[in-house]
Design a protein. Structure first.
Length: 165
C-alpha cells in the first residue's frame, strides 16, 4: 500500500504542503486541539520550533502525503518526555502512511535522546489512531472525560498514550 513512501526530515520546500495537510486536520476539528490554521509565516516558524519534523513522501512523484512534529512534552525534570502530532492528507488515509510516520518518529525521538513518547489528547473516537498506537506497543494511561471539544461543539473523551523509548 505504501511501498513507495519514505519518511525524511522536512526542508523549506515542503512547508506549503505541510501547512496544507496540517490545516486540513485542524479544519476537520476532530483530532488536533488547535483551532487556528497556519499561514506560510506562522507555519514556517511553527515547524522550525519543533525538535524534529518528518514528511512522508512518494518516492516516485516527490509528493508529500503526510507529516509529523516532535517536541518536548515538558521541561526540566520531565524534559525527557516528548510529544508528537501526525497528519496525513485525507486523500491518502488508510494506506498505512500514519504507521510509517509514527515509526520514524519513535526512531527520531530515541536519536534525540527522549525517553518516553507521550500523546496527551488522543480523541477516543479516533479509532484508527488508537488501534495503530496499541499495535505498536503504546499503553493507554486512562480516559479523561469530555477532554476534547469537537468542531460541532460536542465533547469527546481523550485517551493519553505513552511508549517507553
Amino acid at each position: 500500500m505504501c511501498e513507495n513512501i519514505s519518511v525524511r526530515k522536512y526542508n523549506e520546500n515542503d512547508i506549503n504542503k505541510m501547512i496544507e495537510i496540517w490545516n486540513e486536520v485542524v479544519e476537520e476539528g476532530i483530532a488536533f486541539p488547535q483551532e487556528e490554521c497556519l499561514d506560510y509565516d506562522s507555519g514556517k516558524k511553527f515547524f522550525a520550533q519543533q525538535s524534529y519534523c518528518g514528511v512522508a513522501q512518494n518516492n516516485e512523484t516527490g509528493e508529500i502525503f503526510g507529516m509529523y512534529i516532535l517536541h518536548p512534552n515538558n521541561i526540566g525534570r520531565c524534559g525527557h518526555l516528548c510529544n508528537a502530532s501526525y497528519a496525513v492528507s485525507s486523500s491518502q488515509r488508510g494506506k498505512h502512511i500514519g504507521e510509517k510516520l509514527v515509526l520514524d518518529c519513535i526512531n527520531q525521538a530515541k536519536n534525540i535522546g527522549f525517553g518516553v513518547l507521550q500523546f496527551n489528547a488522543v480523541v477516543a473516537t479516533n479509532i484508527h489512531a488508537r488501534h495503530l498506537y496499541e499495535r505498536l506497543g503504546f499503553k493507554q494511561l486512562g480516559t479523561i472525560p469530555n477532554g476534547f471539544r469537537m468542531k460541532d461543539g460536542k465533547y469527546e473523551d481523550i485517551c493519553p498514550y505513552y511508549i517507553e523509548l
